[in-house]
Design a protein around this ligand. Structure first.
Ligand SMILES: C[S@@+](CC[C@H](N)C(=O)[O-])C[C@H]1O[C@@H](n2cnc3c(N)ncnc32)[C@H](O)[C@@H]1O
Length: 326
């Protein structure tokens, strides 16, 4: 059992002063929703993976890994869930390491690494899932892993409201399941500690990443805005501010599509709950739309002692060139 008594600093929400000017960041749109989630996972993930409440779309992880790393590079996910980042990294010929707080998801992620190994993914035999609290990242990683990872692809948990699956019970209505993270009283899981503390905890993880990654490494965070009683919680901007305060340099803000691009349009794929929520809000007169993308925030770890402003500006310009060329 892990120590669940970490005192989590309650913090003020990041202010706009912490958020860089978004207009200065290059933007690209990732066509990551061409296949439905189940097709993307078929054959590469064990059946036990389905129950995770907030899995990353494999194509999002794969796009980031292909774009920001080279074969043989080490990819890290400090909150790896079922290990999507790790599995996709291995299938792309990269090395992989993950940290996960919930023992059950550690086991599922390990089973997924075994499956990747049996499918012949290179480096799968060396891949590891560490059980622990990512806020203590530097103490969890082995000395050989420090300073080696070239990329982080991760996403924070953000409560049960948008997660989970449903079953319809004849005569018994709709039941939600697989929407919670572990023991709700366990404060070590950032999903269970409220919005302000989630941000504070995630900022600590980002600060820890700045210390353990290779200089020049990228940190890719996928995150969605969500609504609480119709009020928009702009989590992407709050996470952008957390990253900046943690010493990471924002270099891109992208859009990973969850829906399929077809002809001139986008065919959205919303969960039962998202559709139900939108329908009810519209009936109540609020003209909401189904969210059809994840925000992707991309940060860079600068070498110690570098001129942050100059390098960040240069990097953003490079990234803009790449985006245009793509
Ligand atoms: C949004 S999910 C990540 C899902 C993952 N990308 C995947 O595809 O399976 C966030 C994960 O962070 C884990 N987590 C929460 N608090 C943590 C902590 N303090 N340290 C490490 N992992 C944590 C949760 O158990 C959850 O599995």
């Amino acid at each position: 059992m892990l120590d669940s008594s970490h005192s989590v600093r309650a913090t003020a929400l990041p202010t706009t002063a912490d958020v860089p000017n978004l207009d200065d960041l290059p933007l690209s749109v990732w066509p990551t929703g061409q296949q439905p989630p189940a097709s993307q996972r078929r054959g590469r993930y064990t059946p036990g993976s389905t129950a995770h409440p907030a899995k990353m779309l494999p194509a999002v992880a794969a796009h980031a890994i292909a774009h920001y790393t080279r074969p043989g590079d080490l990819v890290l996910d400090p909150m790896c869930g079922i290990g999507t980042t790790l599995v996709e990294a291995l299938h792309l010929g990269r090395r992989a390491i993950g940290v996960e707080y919930e023992p059950h998801w550690v086991d599922v992620a390990c089973a997924n690494l075994d499956l990747a190994d049996s499918l012949g993914a290179s480096f799968a035999g060396d891949a590891r899932v560490l059980h622990g609290d990512a806020r203590q990242l530097a103490t969890l990683l082995s000395p050989e892993a420090i300073g080696r990872a070239a990329l982080v692809v991760t996403s924070p948990p953000y409560g049960p409201s948008t997660h989970g699956q449903v079953s319809v019970i004849p005569g018994g209505g709709v039941q939600k399941y697989h929407h919670l993270y572990g023991n709700l009283l366990d404060r070590g899981n950032l999903a269970n500690i409220g919005h302000h503390r989630l941000l504070a905890g995630f900022e600590r993880i980002l600060a820890a990443l700045a210390d353990v990654l290779r200089p020049g490494a990228h940190v890719v965070i996928t995150v969605r805005p969500w609504r609480e009683h119709a009020e928009l919680i702009d989590l992407p901007s709050q996470i952008l501010a957390c990253g900046t305060r943690a010493g990471l340099v924002p270099v891109e803000r992208c859009v990973a599509l969850l829906g399929r691009v077809a002809g001139d349009g986008l065919i959205a794929r919303g969960s039962f709950f998202q559709r139900d929520f939108i329908r009810k809000q519209r009936d109540a007169g609020l003209p909401l739309h189904l969210i059809a993308h994840e925000d992707v925030l991309v940060f860079c770890v600068l070498p110690a002692g570098s001129n942050v402003a100059t390098q960040a500006a240069g990097h953003a310009a490079d990234a803009a060139g790449e985006t245009r060329a793509a």
